[in-house]
Design a protein around this ligand. Sequence first.
Ligand code: 5GP
Ligand code: MN
Length: 317
Amino acid sequence: MTLDNIKEEIQKANTIIILTHESPDGDAVGSSLAMYQALKQMGKDVDIVMPEHPKTFDFLPCADEIKIVGRDDIVYDLAISLDCTDTNRLEGFDPWYDEAKVKISIDHHGTNSMYGDYNYVDPVSPACSQILIVVLTSMGIEINKDIGKCILAGIITDTGGFRYSGVTTETFEFVADLLRLGVNVSEIYKKVLQVKTRANFYLTKLAIDRMEFFEDGKITFTYITKEDEKNTLAEAGDHEGLVEIGRDLEGVEVSIFLRETDKGFKASLRSNEYVNVAEVASIFSGGGHVRAAGCTIPYQLEQAKEKIIDRVKTFIK
Ligand code: 5GP
Ligand code: MN
């Protein structure tokens, strides 16, 4: 069983590197920090690396130990990739993953390409961090307050604060356990989801102003450019949540949000009832979940907009 293999490989390994996806969100950061602390508890020599992450998560235990590069003087015994569908999304960190002696992918995306020697992929789990409850418990790791807070940050991020249909009985049982341990769930909720940065507020205004409707209001479209991010002094993660503005409007089935990057436009897609946006994203070599997915469209704004809207239209009833 994969879980047994994972346990065995972790036990055998001494040097371990933890990796996650580009543009890390709360689940990426929370999962990585939870795994990091568990491996430290086991006495492992472990590094946690990721691209610049949102400051929002700096309150989490051990966040100050996150590095932006791995070590080049060693070949890691083990690489563990968390919350990441494929090696493309490890962007810039794939050399450390590729070179490691053994590779493990733990993820909750149905579109995971199974790129590890061992893959523990559970698409039913609403967050990758929630899978870690099973993985860590089976390894005999005690989920203390600090590890629990990181797992919780992942769950709150990916369930939109327990609102999405993916939440399971385990989700609430876990939160009940944390409350028993004395974790201030409400405070973490506020830090992770409720408090917005000033840049996010300005970007929200722009995204609302530019919102367009298609197909009788079943599709919404909006975008932000690099210039907008520069003008609003935006930092990592300040675009989070903008795609949800359209999704939460009455009558909307698919919300499309484009964000300019060095590679063209990054599309964030959200749906409400029947469009499988992971399928739409896959057409553009992206992926994700049925109701939340993304991809990169390597074109200028007008072309990228037309390409994605035209595709989404074919899925609208
Ligand atoms: P977001 O729109 O919040 O960036 O991403 C929504 C979901 O789609 C997340 O689960 C994320 O991991 C996934 N996702 C976003 N962009 C990509 C992409 O380019 N490729 C793949 N495979 N998944 C993506
Ligand atoms: Mn996730």
